[in-house]
Ligand binder design. Sequence first.
Ligand SMILES: [Zn+2]
Length: 575
Amino acid sequence: MEIKKTDFLLTLSIIGLLLLGTVGSAVAVRSDSNHNIDITDSAGCKPLAEPEAKIKNVIVLVPDGCSQSLETLARWYSGKPLELDNMVTGTVSTYSTDSVITDSSSAATAFATGYKTTNGFISVGPSNSTVLSTLETPPEKLQYRPLATVLEASKLKGKATGLVVTVRASHATPAAFAAHVYERDNENEIMKQMVYENIDVVFGGGSSYLVPVSEGGVRTDGENLTKVLLDRGYQYVDDRDKVMNLTSGKVWGIFASGHMASDINRPYLAPNQPSLEQMTGKAVNLLSQNKKGFFLMVEGSQVDGGGHANDPIYSVTEFLAFDKAVKVAVDFAKKDGHTIVLVFPDHNTGGMTIGSYSDSNYMSTTVEDVIGPLKGMKLNSIGVASKIGKNLSSENIKTQIKTWWGIDATDDDVTEILKLYNNGKGFPLDYALSEVISRNHTVIGWTTHGHDGSDVPLWAYGPDRLTGHVDNTEIAGYIAKEMGLDLNRANSRLFVEADDVFSKDNGDGKLDKNEYILDMTNSSNPVLRIGDAKLPVDENILVRNGITHELEGIVVYAPVTGKVYIPAEVISLSK
Ligand SMILES: [Zn+2]
């Protein structure tokens, strides 16, 4: 058993080096400095100490889906420097293993775990069937394997952890810090894993993913995770006043059934929801009560929505709301002195430009040309589409655009909008509205409704700032090094392949203590059984002889390979 375990640790380390080696030597070097594969030295004299860390806290802030051009536009729009303007330190490359253009899940996997993966995967190893020609084929053992994140490694070190977003908490970016599935759309499973991850603070939307269909939610496994959270000692809050009144303890604050309202729409459509700035301040306040420090990820989630819709006012207002959250983090870091604030988009979205095909006279573009049309906008395109509602008459469309955007839409604009919308068979109405109005009434250009594969800016505050051009995988290694975390050790502590330490049930009718079986009797709630111990998949629970043990990590099942991964402590607990 012992030899097998050592083999496993070595294999994992080699896998790590192989994959990191494919993305540039700087990555391998950086990762190698943090590359302990065993906790005792070879002579067995004394345990090696954890790497000494001078940094106690790391706050990562991600403005999802933008580029430097949005920082420029936001500065013109607000008329003053941004908090981020003082913080530019470098650039980040973002490609995934199967595309030059990443999606949010593989991007977040890279900076949360240090491994590149396949688009759509949430902190599990890449499929080796679709790999860019410039990369080596990832090793078999890495495929679909759960990968430890900096948030999970922070927990192992006794630090507090938090996730703050304005989309569903189970959306790709937050999910990649605290869940392990190969389909980002499987948000029911993601939410369950997140609930059992023992995160101290979770703020965002998505309450419908906590509640079963029978009680008005979307969960098909019959589980009420809100009840689970309360049973596990969490406070559960659902509006701004309740969250702002919290003074201590663990909390889930879920403020919408789906995504939260966009920043610009909140006063009109959801005045009881907190802002990103308020949620960030409260999260820092709660997490910083842990003497051992904390890891917090804050996502300006809907910056990406502005890019996808090609909606300049949506993009700008989300980015400025995000910049306020950055200021909260930096103000804390200034006082604290042992905190790093690291900011970077996961990718660009929309390919926004200042200047466009409809702005042929760029030699004399005025400030008013750039921001004038945006200044009259009181809602984003989602808000205007909701005001238009089902009444798609030319008169109503023109009236709502005039009322909420201050723009006199022409008959040609309305014809274009309705053509793009195509009676609900084309673009969503908000995309159609913003694409046409942005093209015909502003000097802001767009090149795609999707993502863009170019590098993104890196901003940082604090001691030992990350600088220069880095790959997104290097960010995880940097955070780990600064906080004294060991991601390789976290991998071998949290995700042991059950096959490496136990045998599959031999079918003799009884399950010996070194045998395991995945019990699919209830297919929406599979249970791993090892001897007489039961471990529900996606939970951090081991039940044996009527006694429930809480584990330091969750049980993960990879359906494509049929493999099950368990925390290493299960090996001793099941003996
Ligand atoms: Zn994204």
